[in-house]
Ligand binder design. Structure first.
Ligand code: ZN
Length: 305
């Protein structure tokens, strides 16, 4: 049977997920890719209890919720609206604000929209744990301000500093990692590289001394010395394209962000960037259908339902 396919257009999406029953069927198909199986006795015959959103085993009577382990569990928001929201977040390239989501879905409350996006953001962080490899560009930028490098500017104040790494794939880019950093010291910058890039990777940076110890930390460090800071765009084109897109998104969609929430926005940007060719995977991860539920135990079900 395998996983259900992903709708290619918004029209197709709305046809397929037009009501609660269709969404429940999709959850069941995502959950039991080989067909229904009772998590308690392993029997393969069950039937749906639609009004409870559960399946019941024909042999032992055990009930399983199709939403257990997903962000949809115990929600009061209709499944159709969750699905639509996840579709918009997964496919809408510049992302979406809580206000836009509230308007698009016709939600009664701004806070419902905000909470849904918040839950999606939590699902965005976990899948990106493995480190970058191959050849990687690394640099830093001010976030929330004009494009001046953190070392050149006098303007610190409100602005935050983000450090980023992106894989070189021919002329284009592979995966990205972004993190808020308190400063541009060697300690902070090499700490970021060690957390996000595999040892023995070729790391391209500019000539900043903060990166000087990378070679001794087990990386193939290729510093490119530039005259002025402005030339960084040419010597590190990929990470600067990432920074440019990030700035545009933060300004355009969110009209700037609070410094203390910046990391979660960086996570969201990273999530979408790294899945730009696979909206299906993005959609499923957002809903918590990701790498598939382990069978829910009886105790868990009692606590959660
Ligand atoms: Zn059973």
């Amino acid at each position: 049977m395998g996983r259900p396919t992903f709708p290619r257009t918004l029209a197709e999406f709305q046809r397929r997920f037009g009501d609660e029953a269709a969404c429940r069927a999709y959850l069941a198909a995502s959950r039991w890719t080989e067909g229904y199986r009772c998590p308690r006795c392993g029997n393969g015959a069950g039937f749906e209890l639609p009004r409870r959103g559960r399946w019941q085993c024909k042999v032992c009577g055990y009930q399983t919720s199709v939403t257990a382990g997903t962000v949809l569990h115990r929600t009061h928001v209709p499944l159709t609206q969750w699905f639509w929201a996840a579709y918009l977040v997964a496919t809408h390239t510049p992302g979406i604000s809580a206000l836009q989501l509230q308007r698009q879905l016709g939600l009664g409350s701004y806070w419902t929209a905000w909470l849904m996006l918040h839950k999606f953001r939590r699902a965005m962080v976990r899948p990106d744990r493995d480190r970058l490899r191959g050849t990687v560009e690394v640099d830093e930028t001010y976030v929330g301000g004009p494009e001046v490098g953190p070392r050149g500017g006098r303007e610190k104040g409100e602005k935050a500093i983000a450090v980023g790494a992106v894989e070189v794939r021919g002329e284009g880019s592979g995966r990205v990692r972004l993190s808020v950093t308190p400063d541009v010291t060697a300690r902070s910058l090499t700490g970021f590289v060690r957390a996000t890039v595999e040892p023995e990777t070729t790391v391209i940076t500019d000539g900043w001394g903060g990166y000087a110890s990378l070679e001794s930390l087990g990386y193939r460090h290729r510093p490119k010395i530039q005259g002025e800071r402005q030339r960084a765009k040419r010597i590190l084109p990929r990470i600067h394209r990432v920074f440019g897109n990030l700035q545009t998104w933060l300004r355009g969609t969110h009209h700037g962000v609070d410094k203390k929430h910046l990391q979660s926005y960086l996570d969201e940007f990273t999530f979408r960037f790294n899945r730009r060719g696979v909206p299906m995977a993005a959609f499923q991860t957002l809903l918590g259908l990701g790498s598939q539920h382990r069978p829910v135990t009886h105790n868990q079900l009692r606590i959660r339902s």
